[in-house]
Ligand binder design. Structure first.
Ligand SMILES: [Zn+2]
Ligand SMILES: [Zn+2]
Length: 63
């Protein structure tokens, strides 16, 4: 996992902290967070979401 946010709370609803409103940006639609609407998303934080995609280079090595 990447560095956690500044939010010290653990109770969240759909990725959004119920105490301070900190958002995990778990739902991304068209480059923007569906939950809080921000488009300033950290590419590093989003990278794990792309783990399902297989790079073409890796397909070449597989015979
Ligand atoms: Zn919080
Ligand atoms: Zn968000």
């Amino acid at each position: 996992m990447t560095a956690p946010s500044s939010c010290p709370h653990t109770e969240r609803k759909e990725g959004v902290c119920v105490v301070c409103g900190d958002c995990l940006h778990e739902v991304i639609l068209n480059g923007a967070c569906f939950l809080c609407g921000t488009t300033e998303l950290d590419p590093v934080a989003l990278s794990p979401k792309k783990s399902g995609l297989i790079a073409p280079e890796k397909l070449v090595r597989k015979k």
